[in-house]
Ligand binder design. Structure first.
Ligand SMILES: Nc1nc2c(ncn2[C@@H]2O[C@H](COP(=O)(O)OP(=O)(O)O)[C@@H](O)[C@H]2O)c(=O)[nH]1
Ligand SMILES: [Mg+2]
Length: 211
């Protein structure tokens, strides 16, 4: 293992660009794993089971929670969402990074879990509420009523911004993505995420001694 994997948690209100940024990140670095959550909400057009989410009936979801298979879970917009534990544990074993597109409740639970020291958390803010509203509408997948509910939830989500390590105001997607890559690049270089450094420096010392 060259590196100790990290858990990159991205949270934001709906429409701030978090899911798009997550997809850009996965396309940029194919070694990263996206944490596919389980949810009780219905699939949207274009979403596939096992890719965006594991779409599960309520009793199946509850059984996973009861069996201790979830790293965290929470209720969002009247539906349940949760992070399956298995894939995160295997990614960590392989020294891979995992990306999470989860809300503040999930962020808090993972930060407070035994994996807390491996967490790097980022909150994505919209440049304005007018822009957030516009983005939710142009997505065109939800009814006015659903959009109104999401705007109310946005306010609640935004109130948790200060619990995150980093904050990105997503004015321009390309620019925000550059800053996201900068955060990831720096966090990967932290001393405690480079397990081979001690061996490497021991090698340098052997070289010194041989001079
Ligand atoms: N706590 C938690 N939140 C999740 C999980 N998966 C997704 N979410 C969050 O649930 C919210 C709703 O997601 P979704 O239904 O896909 O709609 P979106 O707001 O358009 O992305 C978003 O804030 C997601 O980040 C999860 O496993 N755990
Ligand atoms: Mg999303």
């Amino acid at each position: 293992m060259n590196r100790r994997g990290l858990l990159l948690i991205l949270s934001s209100p709906s429409g701030a660009g978090k899911s798009t940024l997550t997809k850009m990140l996965m396309a940029w670095d194919s070694t990263m794993r996206f944490s596919v959550s389980a949810t009780t909400r219905s699939p949207r057009p274009g979403e596939a089971d096992g890719r965006e989410y594991y779409f599960r009936a309520r009793p199946d979801f509850e059984a996973m929670v009861a069996a201790g298979e979830m790293l965290e879970h929470a209720e969002v917009f009247g539906n349940f969402y949760g992070t399956p534990k298995g894939p995160v544990e295997s990614a960590m074993k392989e020294g891979r990074d995992t990306v999470f597109d989860i809300d503040w409740q999930g962020g808090q639970q993972i930060r407070n879990s035994s994996l807390g020291r491996d967490v790097v958390s980022i909150f994505v803010l919209p440049p304005s509420i007018a822009e957030l509203d516009r983005r939710l509408r142009t997505r065109g997948q939800d009814s006015d009523e659903v959009i109104a509910t999401r705007m109310a939830k946005s306010r609640d989500e935004i109130s948790h911004w200060a619990e995150y390590d980093y904050v990105l105001v997503n004015e321009d997607l390309t620019d925000t993505f550059e800053r996201l890559k900068t955060i990831l690049t720096a966090e990967r270089l932290r001393r405690d995420r480079q397990p081979r450094l001690s061996d490497f420096v021991r090698g340098l010392n052997t070289e010194f001694a041989a001079r």
